[in-house]
Design a binder for this molecule. Structure first.
Ligand code: HEM
Length: 491
């Protein structure tokens, strides 16, 4: 009796074509799940749901296993006591791919290596206390120009304005003057708009949670993905304005005519340490990307909040008047008006504009309460949670500058902690202080229409690295128009 062989699915060409990719996908998923499971850290629990609770958690973002540090005590124990062990940064697909070398990354995006150490040394010299002191004339000019912009565009308090572009011009011009000695004079300048766009988009490519392809390798195979092309084109656009600023510095140094002392000129003149050209460029990138959006967004959130709370403005005004004896706040004042110093710190705490700080990678094993965090682990500090830790504050959800008068030594986690803490925390706090001193002594801020400014709910885009508020409009009503115009006459 002859046998008749039934065709199996696999002998049918159609099924072959359909099944092969499915089998490959299945194998990939199973293999990948094994890899993901093997990166979990024994002894650490993962979240069952939101909000995150517990001081240390193990979270999986696609293939990236992340230890999230959620309490003030755990953050201090890990990032301060193990400062060197947690001193590197991860390399990501969206931001790092295609860049020529680690030397050319911003400091904040650089992994730990010899080049990073040189760059950090250079930045430390440019941003330490005496250096900040030497930037006071720049702070003076840019904060006065800010007030002048508010007066001008706000038609002496009669027209409502979106203050964001004026805030951005001020913080950008501070960074470009400090780094290159070049001002950004107007929000109507084309270069201003180009820099704002490129810097915001580039920071988006650095977002910890906003780029799924950083954590799910399969997504990198997407032939229609524009991630690499977008980063490359943004970098090219940034290189253009950086080259223009660099050129102006070199020209000034060569002609011996650099009228505004700046970081790049002093590094060129004294051939700072052994910094290569790529490392010098990295310092410029770090100042721009680190100092622009962070300060702008902190000020933008706070102005929205103040416009909703006239009672806060009244207290601040009273404190400033008492402190300045009714004069115009001096740029040289080193944060001596306690209430406004508290307000600046409270703005940093309450809005925590980089809620997950910048990611770290461990270069050594770290132990925390019997849990071993292996070398090469990704660690996020949840600065948002640490700043709202109920062990520190009984009323963390209230914006209350007085808390800093009651507990002046309490920690702020907004700048991170340890070796990779923000290099410019002294400068940034001083900027905020002077901005609020001058703004609140000059204007009453009044909401025009609805302002939605709750940092828990009203984010422009929750996936961004640096939290931005939704747009709003305010009236900036001069408290004494004649006096203010007089103060600003020479700007
Ligand atoms: C309100 C203003 C600012 C905030 C909230 C802020 C916040 C941060 C945070 C959270 C980090 C990462 C810290 C960590 O990993 O522990 C950082 C790093 C950094 N920031 Fe800032 N920053 C501000 C202003 C500035 C300014 C004005 C500059 C420069 C002019 C600057 C330059 C840097 C640099 C160079 C780093 C990298 C440090 C490193 O990786 O070693 N920042 N900043």
């Amino acid at each position: 009796m002859g046998y008749y062989t039934l065709p199996t699915l696999s002998t049918l060409p159609f099924w072959n074509i359909l099944l092969s990719p499915l089998i490959v996908l299945l194998l990939y998923v199973v293999g990948n799940e094994y890899v993901r499971a093997s990166t979990k850290i024994p002894g650490l629990k993962g979240p069952k749901g939101w909000p995150l609770i517990g001081s240390l958690l193990d979270v999986q973002l696609g293939n990236t296993n992340v230890v999230v540090v959620n309490s003030a005590a755990a953050a201090k124990a890990l990032f301060q006591a193990n400062s060197q062990a947690l001193s590197s940064r991860p390399m990501t697909y969206s931001f790092h791919k295609g860049a020529p070398s680690t030397a050319s990354f911003t400091i904040g995006a650089s992994p730990y290596d010899e080049s990073l150490k040189r760059k950090k040394k250079g930045a430390a010299v440019a941003l330490n206390r005496p250096a900040v002191q030497s930037y006071i004339p720049y702070l003076d000019l840019e904060t006065k120009s800010f007030l002048k912009d508010l007066l001008h565009f706000g038609k002496m308090g009669k027209a409502p304005i979106d203050p964001l572009p004026m805030i951005q011009r001020m913080s950008l011009s501070l960074v470009t003057t400090i780094n290159w000695g070049v001002r950004v004079p107007s929000i109507e300048d084309n270069l201003f708009n180009e820099i704002v766009y490129v810097e915001e988009e580039l920071n988006r490519t650095r977002s910890t949670i906003g780029n799924p392809a950083d954590h799910i390798p399969l997504l990198r195979l997407n032939p229609f993905s524009q991630v690499s092309a977008t980063s490359k084109s943004l970098r090219q656009r940034r290189d253009k304005y950086m080259a223009k600023f660099d050129g102006e510095v070199v020209q000034g140094v060569n002609q011996g005519a650099n009228s505004r002392p700046c970081v790049q000129a002093s590094m060129l003149k004294y051939k700072e340490e052994t910094l290569t050209d790529a490392e010098l460029r990295s310092i410029s990138l770090s100042m721009t990307s680190g100092g622009f959006e962070t300060v702008s967004n902190s000020v933008h959130w706070t102005i929205g909040h103040l416009a909703l709370h006239p009672e806060l403005q009244d207290k601040a005004y009273e404190a400033i008047e008492e402190f300045t004896k009714s004069g115009f706040p001096e740029a040289a004042d080193d944060q001596k008006c306690a209430y406004i110093f508290g307000l600046a710190k409270e703005a940093l705490r309450y809005f925590t504009v980089i809620p997950l700080v910048l990611p770290r990678v461990s270069i050594k094993e770290v132990y925390h309460e019997d849990v071993l965090i292996p070398t090469g682990s990704t660690v996020y500090m949840n600065a948002w949670a640490c700043n709202r830790d109920p062990e520190l504050w009984s009323d963390p959800e209230v914006f209350r500058p007085e808390r800093w008068l009651e507990k002046p030594d309490a920690p702020v986690f907004t700048f991170g902690l340890g070796y990779r803490m923000c290099s410019a925390h002294l400068l940034a706090t001083r900027e905020l202080y002077l901005i609020f001193m001058r703004l609140l002594s000059s204007f009453r801020l009044e909401a025009s229409g609805e302002i939605r400014c709750d940092p828990r709910e009203d984010l422009k885009n929750p996936r961004d690295l640096i939290m931005a508020a939704k747009p709003y409009q305010v009236f900036c009503v001069p408290r004494d128009e004649k006096k203010l115009t007089g103060y600003l006459v020479d700007v």
